[in-house]
Design a protein around this ligand. Structure first.
Ligand SMILES: [Zn+2]
Length: 415
């Protein structure tokens, strides 16, 4: 049997009873195909809320953008019935192809969301020929939908990490479920009060399974955890990733200071920018013999920067000790070395490690694995780069949850 054009469009648009395509029109100039969809007259109307058979009240004309067909923008247009229910008054019927209040079909939104996983909003807006705000709106709705669908978890190991945006003046705090490998929440700043409120909002039973909280040596976070957990002193772990971050920043400071001295003396610093990058990323340096040799020479230079780097490297080795006695002994040795190194930024970090040593020992004792924290941190940096930075806190928070929340974000139209 030959299929009519309307039946054909029912098939490709996925329109099923009680709806049907009644006509198709094409505007060749603007390259738009519009499918008129009607609610089948012979099917009785029921209230979407209570399913009671109801009378037609009126129709509302609505339009949705659908995925393009053959380079034509494709629009679904429908007269959507509104019914009058004795209990729920006037209610508009849901449609099968779009979520409530959306001006796009669910399939269109899905395609946009899939692209958004890889590309910045501006690129996606261009590709789909929609506005920046429309893409942003879809992303917001996706996160909201995902958070509403998410089941409560009882994390055993959580991580708390602050991250800067807007040229380092503003912060958010990211809460991670380390076992599920997802971001649980993003908080507005990095203040004790904010984390304290968040902890208080959680159900006690959800946090009763908690075995560790890894974080930076940051008093506001420590104080918030202390005021919520009696065993805070056993839970808090200052992990390898955060300790290494402080040491890395201190090495950078030593290099900047040394650079100034070279410049003032009119000399070139043997540690050029590229060579310094080798030192910074020494754990990633490849093993090709020539480079390796040059690299080793670099670390042997009697430069303050090279000395600072050797301390940083020594610290990273200490995490391999699993026997507490040996670990304590080796850390104390390193702290002695740092205190005698005459490099101010390193001495400062040394003092910090001494003060928070109890939490570093917890990290060793609890065998805290920091790879997840490190990976999430670098993904957040990538999100910032892709978006060319964020000026808006809500948008930054939303982006983190969109990409790293492990959320089920796809729209499902109301049937
Ligand atoms: Zn009703």
């Amino acid at each position: 049997m030959k299929e009519s054009l309307e039946e054909f469009y029912n098939g490709i648009l996925g329109i099923e009873p009680p709806w049907e395509v009644v006509s198709i029109s094409r505007d060749s100039e603007s390259r738009i195909v519009t499918a008129q969809v009607h609610y089948k007259k012979e099917i009785s109307l029921t209230c979407p809320k209570c399913k009671a058979e109801s009378k037609l009240y009126d129709h509302r004309k609505r339009r949705w953008r659908h995925l393009d067909s053959c380079n034509h923008k494709t629009i679904i247009e429908a007269l959507v019935p509104r019914i009058r229910c004795s209990e729920h008054k006037v209610v508009q019927l849901p449609v099968a192809w779009a979520e409530k209040n959306s001006r796009f079909t669910a399939e269109f939104e899905m395609a946009v969301l899939i692209w958004l996983k890889e590309d910045p909003i501006s690129t996606v807006a261009n590709n789909f020929d929609i506005s920046w705000d429309e893409v942003d709106g879809m992303m917001k709705r996706a996160v909201k939908r995902g958070l509403e669908r998410r089941k409560k978890s009882k994390p055993a190991h959580i991580g708390i990490d602050e991250t800067a945006f807007q040229k380092r003046h503003e912060y958010v705090t990211v809460i991670l479920d380390k076992d599920k490998d997802v971001v649980i929440d993003v908080l507005d700043d990095r203040k004790a009060k904010t984390l304290n409120n968040w902890l208080k909002q959680q159900d006690i039973s959800d946090l009763s399974t908690l075995k560790s909280i890894s974080m930076d040596m940051w008093d506001p976070f420590i104080n918030a955890v202390k005021s919520n957990f009696e065993n805070a002193h056993d839970l808090i772990a200052f992990d390898r990733f955060h300790v290494a971050q402080h040491l890395g920043k201190a090495v950078d400071k030593v290099r900047a200071q040394e650079n100034r001295v070279f410049k003032q003396a009119g000399k070139d610093n043997p540690l050029t920018r590229t060579k310094y990058q080798w030192l910074r990323n020494s754990h990633k340096t490849d093993n090709r013999a020539t480079k390796r040799k040059e690299f080793l020479q670099l670390t042997q230079l009697n430069l303050k920067t090279a000395r600072a780097w050797r301390i940083k490297e020594a610290a990273s080795m200490l995490w391999n000790y699993t026997y507490m006695g040996a670990a304590v002994k080796e850390w104390k040795k390193l702290l002695g070395w740092i205190s005698r190194c005459r490099l101010k930024p390193m001495i400062k970090v040394g003092k910090m490690i001494r003060r928070y040593f109890w939490g570093i020992l917890n990290a060793i004792k609890l065998k805290i694995n920091n790879s997840m924290l490190e990976a999430k941190n670098s993904k957040i940096q990538k999100i910032k780069r892709t978006a060319c930075g964020f000026r808006n806190r809500e948008r930054f928070k939303n982006s983190i949850l969109f990409h790293l929340g492990g959320l089920d974000i796809m729209p499902v139209p109301t049937q």
